[in-house]
Write a protein that binds this ligand. Structure first.
Ligand code: IVH
Length: 735
């Protein structure tokens, strides 16, 4: 906690001598700016400024309004909780308003909070706090009736939120049904609150896919989580990995402390923030904040601060709230990690799908513990919107706390010699023309044999999420290509030790390790291999879906586009792409060589849980289910290793029947196939053990089925756009 780092927030303090009139004018202008940024953030999930800059604007406005309280209009952003309900979602009124949190930015302000709490409680009261990380996601309220999840809503404006029930069902960390220990009663009504978030890894993967599809990237995991949860099509949410930390619970039986609340949440099957502690003094609070600051970069998800909550619920009650913020809790926000430096150049990188990505070459600068000399500039639109020019002084920050990005330009410091950016007309790798398709933000090289495709394709092939060949990163691939030792991935498996020893800085030990890693990669399995091959539109998840469905490479190669697109979540674009890829003789030859080299061309059994009740089973859905839409339910079943079929036969294991199920249900009954409803489907889905439906139907502890949905949205709507298929052969250019 460096006091220096909090300087920017001090801008909120007022200088003496500023006239009333100019301050009131400034306040009005601040309100307009804040409203604009709230709309960008809450409705469009596309913030134009950092959280720190937004906080600085509101703090400055608050400071002015404090001087002239009579001049504060009732619609000032300071007078109501931030947040909006976007059109397209049904509205849900929260049973109890969803509060926000006040912020503090340094040790002194945290001390003031502690003092205030103590002064408002009866003299001599012992006060303890629970300290939790502040998860950078979006707040969600989950309603459970008789143990079943019946409704989920975003915070919205605090009073009314958006109904995101169908989408929340796709989040695996959120139980569809509470886990109630034997002998305990299922609570009739429970409101669980917490944070929906996206891990940094999932965020990076999603952005990669978006670049590939010519779409704009999300600015950070929080926006990606919000954009993914607030989808009108729940199937889209289902494809994106969201997760959830629970931190609050309201029900008929109130816990006595926040500690107990967290333990109850865990008991019911929720994940609570990983690191939390109880503190009794200001010093202990500050120690947690410092410890968490050291640890947070290593976490798999973003945390932008720490939250201190008065532990005893009776004290929370007594303290109450002011407007939207409780008096019993406060958020300590870490200063945003930003730095200023000079933009020396803009270079173009060509990715494995031919997308040209501009990158900033920076004068090296220290940023949160590391030296940064490169930053992403995303695409041409990003550079033009921010008017970023070579020679500018720029502010960089770390999005997702790992990839630095250029946030803004310091206009006052722009030299006359600054050069505006122009996207090259030719590919820097091969000189072919570049083109931007209508509706896409990305430019691509038009040369199907561009050397960048081969190189980047090889790097992708060896990467961790693909074949996971340790020690085979971009530098080694570059050397291997230069020495003409490899052209295609199959060549990796022919490498000999003596060849490797000819490379720069490659000793015997490294060469041995590399060969071992290459050997080990042969066991990765079909799902990873399909992803590694770089077939357009087949991401990690696509590879898994295809592998689960077809089990072997040979079976997949024999599949037609129609068969493939019948798999849920595969769709016509991916199906076409797969068929086109396998139709190319060069690709078939590549697969043949990989097979000869001994690569495992089958689905790894351990990639799915074989004990899952749906593993390897054939499921048929029929009729309208009360809460799940068909696509989401099918994806969930396939993720558990089930096959989904369109028609009922003797081979069908389960028919999941909803309202107005017709002939399929009749056929299932006549064949004696097990018929279950949505509730049972969800119960089995959440069950990783070896239970079967037959032994369980009707044996629920309380015998209750999920209540019907009141006012559930029909979330039918826009599917994500996927760019058109282009013939892709990553390695053709190297033949
Ligand atoms: S408690 C009345 N605990 O931060 C208490 N909030 O800036 C309300 N948040 O709207 C929230 N991690 O979305 C709480 N451990 C945590 C949190 C947390 C993240 C979010 C939440 C809230 C926002 C306020």
């Amino acid at each position: 906690m460096d006091e220096k780092d909090t300087i920017q927030y001090k801008a909120a303090e007022l200088k003496s001598g500023e006239s009333r009139e100019s301050l009131l004018q400034e306040a009005e202008s601040l309100r307009m700016q804040i409203r604009h940024h709230e709309y960008q953030y809450y409705v469009l999930d596309a913030p134009e400024i950092s959280d720190g800059e937004y906080d600085a604007l509101t703090n400055r406005l608050r400071a002015i309004e404090a001087l002239y309280p009579d001049e504060v209009p009732p619609d000032s952003p300071t007078q109501r909780p931030g947040g909006y309900v976007a059109p397209g979602f049904t509205q849900v009124k929260h049973m109890v308003p969803m509060l926000s949190l006040g912020n503090v930015y340094n040790a002194g302000e945290m001390g003031d909070f502690d003092q205030r709490v103590r002064s408002l409680l009866p003299q001599g009261t012992e006060v303890s706090y629970v300290l939790e990380p502040k998860i950078d996601g979006l707040a969600c309220s989950l309603i459970y009736e008789n143990g079943w999840l019946v409704r989920a809503a975003t915070r919205g404006d605090g009073e009314v939120g958006e109904n995101v029930t169908a989408n929340v069902r796709a989040i695996k960390a959120i139980p569809q049904r509470l886990r109630v220990p034997e002998g305990e009663e299922t609570p009739e009504l429970l409101d669980v609150r917490g944070e929906v978030y996206m891990s940094r890894e999932a965020f990076l993967r999603l952005n990669e896919e978006r670049v590939e599809a010519g779409e704009t990237e999300f600015a950070n995991p929080r926006n990606a989580a919000a954009g993914s949860l607030r989808q009108l099509d729940p199937a889209v949410t289902a494809r994106r990995s969201l997760s959830f930390f629970a931190y609050y619970l309201m029900g008929p039986e109130e816990p006595e402390t926040q500690e107990e609340c967290l333990r109850n949440l865990e008991k019911y099957g929720f994940t609570t923030p990983e690191h939390w502690c109880v503190a009794h003094t200001k010093e202990e609070i500050l120690r947690f904040i410092e410890e968490h600051d050291k640890r947070r970069r290593e976490l798999a998800y973003d945390t932008d601060g720490a939250v201190a909550k008065v532990n005893a619920v009776w004290q929370q009650r007594l303290l109450g709230a002011t407007g939207k913020d409780p008096r019993w809790a406060i958020a300590y926000k870490y200063p945003p990690e930003q730095a200023r430096t000079k933009l020396e150049d803009i270079v173009i990188q060509v990715g494995r799908t031919g997308v040209l990505t501009p990158a900033a070459v920076l004068t090296p600068v220290k940023l949160s513990g590391s030296t940064v000399s490169r930053a992403t500039l995303h695409n041409e639109d990003f550079i033009l919107e921010k008017d970023i020019r070579i020679g500018d002084t720029v502010i960089i920050n770390k999005a997702a706390e790992i990839i630095p990005e250029v946030l803004s330009v310091v206009r006052e410091l722009r030299p006359e010699s600054a050069v505006p950016f122009v996207m090259p007309k030719e590919c820097p790798e091969c000189g072919w023309a570049v083109a931007r398709k209508e509706g896409e933000v990305a430019y691509r090289c038009t040369n199907p044999h561009c050397p960048a495709l081969g190189r980047e394709g090889l790097i992708h092939f060896a990467s961790r999420d693909a074949m996971d060949i340790e020690g085979c990163g971009p530098a080694v691939i570059g050397q291997l290509l230069e020495a003409e030792l490899i052209k295609t991935p199959a060549d990796l498996y022919d490498l000999k030790e003596e060849q490797l020893l000819t490379l720069d800085r490659m000793g015997k030990k490294s060469a041995d390790n590399l060969l071992k890693a290459i050997e080990k990669s042969k066991q990765q399995g079909l799902d990873k291999l399909l992803f590694a091959l770089g077939i357009r539109h087949v991401g990690a998840k696509g590879g898994r879906l295809l592998a689960l469905q077809y089990k072997t490479m040979d079976a997949l190669m024999a599949a037609s586009a129609d068969e493939l697109s019948a798999i849920k979540d595969i769709g016509a674009v991916i199906a076409e792409s797969v068929v086109t890829w396998f139709a190319n003789p060069l690709n078939r030859e590549l697969v043949e060589r990989l097979k000869k080299a001994g690569l495992n061309m089958e689905m790894q059994a351990q990639s799915v849980n074989e004990n899952h009740p749906f593993y390897g089973k054939t499921l048929v859905f029929t009729g309208t289910m009360p809460t799940l839409d068909r696509a989401t339910a099918q994806t969930m079943a396939q993720d558990a290793g089930a096959k989904v079929s369109g028609s009922v036969s003797k081979k069908t294991d389960y028919v999941i029947a909803g309202a107005e199920a017709g002939s399929k249900l009749e056929k299932a009954r006549s064949l004696g196939v097990t018929v279950i409803d949505e509730a049972e489907f969800l119960r089995l889905l959440g069950n990783d053990g070896g239970e079967t439906a037959a032994g369980q139907t009707g044996t629920e502890a309380d015998g209750k089925t999920p209540p019907a949905q009141a006012g559930e949205t029909d979330n039918a709507g826009q599917a994500e756009t996927v760019s058109a298929v282009e013939e892709g052969n990553l390695f053709a250019g190297l033949e």
